[in-house]
Design a protein. Sequence first.
Length: 211
Amino acid sequence: MGTFRDEGGLWAQHRIEDVATPEAFARNPALVHRFYNARRVQAAEAKPNAAHHALARLQSAFPGEVVLVTQNVDGLHEKAGSKAIHMHGELSRALCAACAHRWDAPAEMKVGDPCPACKAPATRPDIVWFGEMPYHMDRIFEALQTCDLFAAIGTSGQVYPAAGFVEEARVAGATTVELNLRDSDMSHAFDDHITGPASKTVPAWVDRLLA
């Protein structure tokens, strides 16, 4: 599945202002639905990689202790067997802009689809767009304030509030590690750095934690 910020990624092909803001949806909901319909098809066909499986293994080894927070909306963590907090929503879910009801999205959403709860023709992808508040922030900050080890994997360090999580964890006394293909905008804030593709670095890191 295509990434968003890498060269050639989705944001290089589509302007954020056209497909990932509440204003874009108000201006051209058909375009926004087409964009996310295509992403939904890609996500349904995508398979988890070695990093997803390694994190599932780590979470399984420490029941209730490993909190996995993701900015990804593709559901690959769940396919690998993890339970993740989706702070930016999920492609597989739909949201009613009128009553906030949520349900499993059909493969194709379109303008005028009625909400199954209130029947308003106000359905949208259950995705947190730019300018909107991410989901589950209370749960996330509670985890940050009590964690012993904080790891950031494959992030640009550009999107807040997620980019600031490392600072929250450091204040709480956690050891911090960044696993990334290259330095991010927040690399300076981490205690340790592991550089390389996540499909290689994350399984190796998990093996060390479990050894």
